[in-house]
Write a protein that binds this ligand. Structure first.
Ligand SMILES: NC(=O)c1ccc[n+]([C@@H]2O[C@H](COP(=O)([O-])OP(=O)(O)OC[C@H]3O[C@@H](n4cnc5c(N)ncnc54)[C@H](O)[C@@H]3O)[C@@H](O)[C@H]2O)c1
Length: 282
């Protein structure tokens, strides 16, 4: 049962709104009463996102968050259309994968340009607009569980997401004096890929999903709910926090009551005696 948040008359900007988690969040914030500026570089996807939503409450902006003009243009569009900016959700990202030995420098730069520089530029532009408006604000950035795990094939992506976490902490410290709270959401595996999946991806997920603690991927709306919490008054004393929305993926693998194999039967841990003197501990 989703929690019913109330964002009546608040203005929320969501990047990466043409698909996936961003698209879900546009609907969630509109349903919660917010005016929403949905931004992306994908015009057709954006049009699909807002097709069935109330045009009085939602507007779109096509732009590239990785350029200063693109980021400023998106923020200006929100202020021009709705008069102010209360919440900025920096969800847009790219995630091309390649191994370290095969990684091309252009792809590395693209990933860091969108995921890190884009998050910086959007945070800077949003904070400037919030300060100019003289109102408190919330900025919610995005990271990934890959920022902590050594995920093979993700040298650029994982490092870019670790950078957004570090950046969010600095932004939180600097912007607290303006009552702008900055947090970061770190999703695990979220079901955002268009179907049908390519065979190799389907096969890889078929192996990965059963090993997740909850043995399923998360839904985009399950990330959106946490973003709404962070944007809400319920999170009024949270800033600089990284919130994991990963069904426990960051803490371990699924356990189904199988035998615990690393318990050492040679010891009586209470008395300290060797329970089986025939086998000496190494
Ligand atoms: N889906 C997952 O399993 C997962 C896991 C961990 C973290 N995340 C994070 O969650 C967020 C959303 O993930 P998703 O799967 O919904 O992403 P997605 O790939 O489905 O959508 C990303 C959107 O960002 C837009 N975008 C990319 N570059 C842009 C740019 N330069 N300017 C403007 N828009 C741009 C794309 O057009 C796209 O619409 C991302 O920040 C991602 O790193 C996702």
């Amino acid at each position: 049962m989703p929690i019913a948040f109330d964002f009546s008359d608040r203005v929320t900007l969501i990047t990466g709104a043409a698909r996936g988690v961003g698209r879900a969040m546009v609907r969630q914030f509109v349903d919660a009463g917010s005016f929403v500026l949905a931004a992306d570089r994908d015009q057709a996807g954006l049009a699909e996102t807002v097709a069935e939503l109330d045009a009085a409450r939602v507007a779109t902006s096509i732009g590239d968050i990785s350029t200063p003009d693109g980021a400023a243009g998106i923020v200006n569009a929100a202020v021009a259309r709705f008069g102010r900016l209360d919440v900025c959700v920096n969800n847009a990202a790219v995630a091309p994968h390649a191994t370290l030995l095969e990684e091309r420098v252009e792809v590395w730069d693209l990933v860091h340009g969108v995921n890190v520089r884009g998050t910086f530029l959007m945070t800077q532009a949003a904070a400037r607009a919030m300060i100019a408006g003289g109102r408190p604000g919330r900025i919610i950035n995005f990271s990934s569980g890959a920022s902590k795990r050594g995920s093979a094939g993700a040298p650029a992506y994982a490092s870019s997401r670790a950078a957004t976490e570090a950046f969010s902490r600095v932004a939180a410290i600097e912007l607290a004096q303006y009552n702008i709270l900055v947090t970061c959401v770190s999703p695990g595996l979220i079901d955002t890929q268009p179907k049908p999946l390519p065979p190799r991806m389907a096969e890889a997920l078929g192996r990965r999903v059963p090993a997740l603690p909850m043995a399923r991927a998360g839904e985009p709306e399950e990330v959106g709910q946490v973003v709404m919490f962070l944007a809400s008054e319920a999170a009024s004393y949270m800033t600089g926090t990284i919130v994991e929305v990963d069904g426990g993926a960051g803490i371990g693998s699924r356990f189904e009551g199988a035998t615990v194999v690393d318990d050492d039967s040679r010891y009586d841990w209470v008395t300290g005696r060797i329970a089986n003197p025939g086998v000496s501990p190494s």
